[in-house]
Ligand binder design. Structure first.
Ligand SMILES: Cc1cc2nc3c(=O)[nH]c(=O)nc-3n(C[C@H](O)[C@H](O)[C@H](O)COP(=O)(O)OP(=O)(O)OC[C@H]3O[C@@H](n4cnc5c(N)ncnc54)[C@H](O)[C@@H]3O)c2cc1C
Length: 428
């Protein structure tokens, strides 16, 4: 049976609210219920924008979730965006403050071990941000979105095709449901179906590296310091969690990742212990190690007719420097602000001019972050002499010259080029 959910004509907020009451006429079809897609649905849905959201896999509810092996370090500006989505209490309950960042470079045997600390209070902040379990964030957003009467969930559901119509797109789900919406948003991750159906090309690079992640218990306190080791083979980050726990992101060449994943629990703990120089005392695994193949990808455009791409559908990067979801949440904020501003003016949010505004706003931030993280990834994963020395000299210069140091810390938190309302903690 084919079910139809459709829209026509009047684009104002008043009509959006009326449609919500009638349970029809979606403004947006969001494809992908990862953290980015859910955050967009919550932020716009609570303003009365009528949304349909599709994802094949139902997330767990918060009451059934436990922290899994992966966490995200989110900067204050990203937390502001999520707080607008009404999950501030969850952030405060499950998040661990990141008050300082320490870089330890001992990549040159026999030479000085460089240790440099960057503290949030140097730039007048209590903390750079918080570390949060992915599973908890997704569950909290799913709980929120399920409470909103103007968001219709198609979970489990999967997009298989869509086409342009006069004032809308018509999307078909795998169960043959048809949804007509003014704008389709691809939040469907790195292998985005929306990106390929829209014909948007992408530039990709496989790093032949994997990130091994897990949560560890340790006998010494982390003192709310996130530590990144730069050593031969690839960087390793320890990011604070509640109590004496930390999450680990250990970037290694893919072949070495296979070997590490094949180790017994005790042997893996032993190699972590050695790699981290006993910094946090005795280590035991709290969650089993998982390996994530790394790549860099940028969509060549962020929009196509009645289509917008956000988050990993638009850009993927190495997890070093913890920028991925932070960048994605700025996409979410920019698209939410662009759509709501259009609707408040009675405009159709799926028209080319509106989508051009979104693209213009996000392009410089995305291009510079993806290029910057790619450069950093090459430089911190490289043991060849010129690059290794450049990295050590760079660290000395940045940490030694106060204005540079402060500028680097501020830029790491959020770019000045896209500070919208939500990232500054202002209402939508
Ligand atoms: C090891 C590691 C550590 C990281 N650490 C950090 C960090 O500290 N800080 C940070 O900011 N970022 C970090 N990141 C990046 C961050 O985790 C990702 O950017 C983020 O989780 C991606 O979210 P997303 O919503 O874009 O994509 P996803 O989580 O991939 O969500 C996409 C969703 O789309 C759905 N989908 C796919 N196809 C379809 C379809 N056809 N129809 C409908 N739905 C579909 C999927 O089921 C999925 O739920 C890290 C990444 C890695 C790998």
């Amino acid at each position: 049976m084919i079910t139809q959910v459709s829209i026509q004509g009047d684009f104002s907020m008043k009509s959006a609210k009326k449609n919500r009451a009638a349970g029809k006429n979606p403004d947006l079809l969001i494809v992908g219920g990862g953290i980015a897609g859910l955050a967009l649905a919550v932020i716009l849905g609570q303003e009365g924008v009528c949304i349909h959201l599709v994802d094949p896999y139902p997330p767990l509810r918060l009451k059934d979730s436990a922290p899994s092996g992966r966490t995200v370090a989110l900067m204050e500006s990203s937390l502001n965006i999520l707080r607008v989505g009404g999950i501030g209490d969850v952030i405060d309950r499950y998040g661990t403050p990141l008050q300082a960042m320490r870089i330890i470079d001992d990549s040159v045997p026999g030479q000085e071990i460089l240790t440099r600390d960057f503290e949030a209070q140097e730039i007048g902040m209590k903390q750079f941000g918080m570390n949060l379990p992915n599973s908890i964030l997704r569950a909290a957003l799913f709980d929120r979105v399920s409470q909103l009467s103007c968001v219709t969930l198609h979970i489990p559901g999967s997009l298989c095709g869509y086409q342009q119509e006069h004032h809308s797109v018509c999307a078909q789900l795998a169960d043959e449901t048809l949804i007509h919406a003014r704008l389709i948003v691809g939040a469907d991750g790195r292998a985005s179906t929306v990106r390929s159906l829209s014909g948007i090309k992408s530039r990709k690079h496989e790093y032949e590296q994997s990130a091994i992640t897990c949560i560890i218990n340790h006998s010494r306190s982390h003192n709310f310091i996130a530590t990144e080791f730069h050593r031969s083979g690839g960087p390793l980050a320890l990011v604070p969690m509640p109590g004496n726990q930390s999450s680990v992101v250990w970037v290694v060449p893919s072949r070495q990742a296979d070997a590490l994943m094949a180790l017994s629990r005790e042997a893996f703990e032993q190699s972590l212990q050695e790699k981290t120089d006993n910094l946090l005392g005795g280590i035991t695994l709290d969650t089993p190690p998982e390996a994530w193949p790394l790549m860099s990808m940028t969509a060549l455009k962020l929009s196509a007719p009645r289509t917008a791409l956000i988050a990993e559908a638009a850009h993927v990067m190495s997890p070093i420097t913890a920028q991925g979801l932070n960048l994605s949440l700025r996409d979410v904020a920019a698209l939410a602000e662009t759509v709501i501003d259009a609707l408040r003016l009675g405009l159709d949010p799926g028209t080319p001019g509106i989508l051009r505004d979104f693209e213009k706003r996000r392009r410089p931030d995305i291009a510079s972050r993806v290029a910057g993280v790619d450069f950093m990834n090459r430089i911190v994963s490289n043991d060849r002499m010129p690059l290794r020395d450049l990295r050590r000299v760079g660290l000395k210069i940045i940490s030694g010259i106060t204005p540079l140091r402060l500028q680097a810390m501020r830029h790491g938190l959020a770019p000045s080029m896209d500070a919208g309302r939500l990232s500054r903690g202002l209402p939508l």
